[in-house]
Design a protein around this ligand. Structure first.
Ligand SMILES: [Fe+2]
Length: 242
């Protein structure tokens, strides 16, 4: 069984199209989307429609639920709030309804779990950056792997007995009797200093995980954000992957 897991598209059509092209080559059995389909970028309807056509295995991100009023956006920074309000005004009623109905969790019969933020309380939109944070989250699920997004920074947390290590590599071979929290990075707004789109390929047979980076037309995505009248910082950060 081969999976592709994508997250944090953030209405970046140019990045998503490149990811879809890669998915067509990989030909996975299943595609999972970890949410934040919209927010920040200028192509929310196009991206929502592509995800709807791509897979039924989609969980909600804080921006998806923020746009439909299902999560509090007062803690969002001013730029994110601006984008949430703009996105709400620009999405079609059908796409708003779709985002509103997205669940918070996807579980595959004891094999893997998929959430946007954290497995313990996915609705709180907390982050997993540190070992103590990861340790707490490993106690919150029983499957071998939990895929997460939200930080826009790809990383693999590996738990062996009671020791956690992080792996920052594009290719990771999963070990038997170990458990994993895998952050799949961001398709449409990477924040690890690498502006290329990120997606995760998980081969459950060979137990290989690849965090692939893909070049896309950053300048077109950036220009669309500026043309839409969204804050220029949201456009320019795409250039640096920050
Ligand atoms: Fe996000």
């Amino acid at each position: 069984m081969k999976y592709v897991i994508i997250s944090d598209i953030h209405a970046n059509l140019e990045a998503l199209e490149v990811a879809v092209s890669r998915i067509e080559i990989v030909q996975p059995d299943r595609i999972i989307c970890l949410g934040d389909i919209v927010g920040y970028g200028a192509s929310p309807n196009e991206c929502t429609q592509i995800v709807r056509n791509l897979t039924d295995l989609v969980v909600a991100g804080n921006h998806d639920w923020g746009v439909v009023g299902k999560t509090d956006i007062t803690y969002f920074n001013a730029y994110a709030r601006h984008a949430v309000i703009w996105t709400n005004r620009n999405l079609t009623p059908a796409n708003l309804e779709y985002l509103e109905k997205l669940p918070l969790v996807h579980v595959e019969n004891g094999i893997l779990r998929a959430v946007h933020a954290t497995p313990d309380h996915p609705e709180r939109w907390n982050y997993i950056f540190t070992y103590p944070q990861a340790s707490k989250q490993f106690e919150a699920f029983t499957e071998g792997i939990c895929f997460v997004g939200h930080s826009h920074q790809p990383v693999v947390f590996e738990l062996s007995r009671d020791e956690i290590t992080t792996i920052n590599s594009e290719s990771v071979k999963l070990k038997k009797a170990h458990r994993y929290i895998i952050n799949v990075g961001s398709v449409g707004q990477p924040r690890d200093g690498d502006p290329r789109a990120c997606l995760c390929v998980y081969d459950a047979t060979s137990q290989e995980v690849k965090l692939e980076r893909l070049q896309y037309d950053v300048e077109s995505a950036r220009q669309k954000i500026l043309n839409a009248g969204l804050p220029s910082v949201l456009a320019n950060r795409l250039l640096w992957g920050e």
